[in-house]
Design a protein around this ligand. Sequence first.
Ligand SMILES: Cc1ncc(COP(=O)(O)O)c(C=O)c1O
Length: 442
Amino acid sequence: MAEKLAIAGGTPILQRSDYKNWPVITDDDRKFVNEVLDSGIVAGGTAPQVVALEKEWAEFTGAKHCLTTCSGTAALHMGLAAIDVGPGDEVLVPSYTFLATASCIIHQMAIPVFVDIDLKTYTMDPTKIEAAITERTKAIMPVHIQGCPADMGPIMEIAKKHNLHVIEDACQAHGAMYKGQMCGTIGIVGAFSLNNLKNLCGGEGGLFVTNDEDVVKKGDLVRYFGDECDEKTLRQKYNSSILGYMYRNQELPAALARGQLKHLNELNDTRIRNSEYLSRELGKIPGVIPPACPTDCKHVYWFYAVRFDPQAAGIDADPRRFRIAVEKALAKEGVLVGQWQVMPTLAQDVFQSMLGVGDRYPWAINEAKGITYKYDVNDFPVAQAYCDSYTNVHSIHPPNGLELNEKVVAGFQKVFGNLGEVMDHADDDVKPGFDGALYGVG
Ligand SMILES: Cc1ncc(COP(=O)(O)O)c(C=O)c1O
């Protein structure tokens, strides 16, 4: 007889205590952080930890230049400003990503134009890019979502053909590789986030990389008020030459990121091992679709997302209801699952209302010329199908290993072995998800 589901009063397979929290703190982190405390130097564009992190990240990625920033969003915005994206320009972004990929375009008074995703990799679908290009398009911003490399080969070809820049949102993809090249170093700018959740964690922060001398110079100005430094004394001139922001990082987050960087490869290896194990085992369950890793690529599994297909599972329910019912049953088994972004990015109110800055800016710039914009979710069926059917499985981050993931698989097997009962409890008041401590949030 099938084991009774926890959602029906049975015993859960897992406890929260089976899960270990991210990030993994080592003596390297303590050493660098203590260096900051002992030095008394806590900030500054040429302070030792930020400078060392810039050098070490440039070495790790193979990029010529790296600038530390206060966030991944700042690094993306600096990229747009450094390549002269401006008012009324259009920038292509995937229909499923984190808000900041698209909102930083608005910060530059430019207009995000969405391109639907590929359902296997969840990244921008290159076959849909050209239809979105207009005479106003200035750049393409692919996202290496959840650590999966976007299909950079065709994206770079299209960009070259239409004379566009490519800014890579690699905020979730530290160490990911696309056909032998490090993600973030293929386009003119790559942006990485160092927030608490990320494969490379500084608590908060970001990294901007480029091989272009002019772009790094302009990015550096944008990073710090547009104010130039005296080349000899390295002192600030207090004379801003262009519009800039305060996007610097600080010594403590940089020190932590340096300690983490020493272990990035081994930590990524653990993520890959856990994820490949889950894909192998969960892929055997009808109705569970594991994430794809594109050929000749290294996926670094920031998050691990599976999709559910009710038909393949033999259940007559719409995908959204089925996904929610399965999530609830898994949550009651103690399996930490749940969605990250819950809708295609363009469905968020900030795009639907197009309030933007002032009265409908940046859209009003081009609307005055008779160009119309609408963000209609129906135009992005793949992102919608993905959002209806996916959940993240929160057991792949180190130091968790196969022991935990074997139990996670057992939880899935139990739930998928009792789908009739799972659907009977589809409306139960259960809230899947995780507590902040799992990813270092207080
Ligand atoms: C895809 C993506 N882009 C941009 C960002 C922004 O990074 P940050 O939070 O460091 O500003 C994030 C962060 O979650 C992200 O996941």
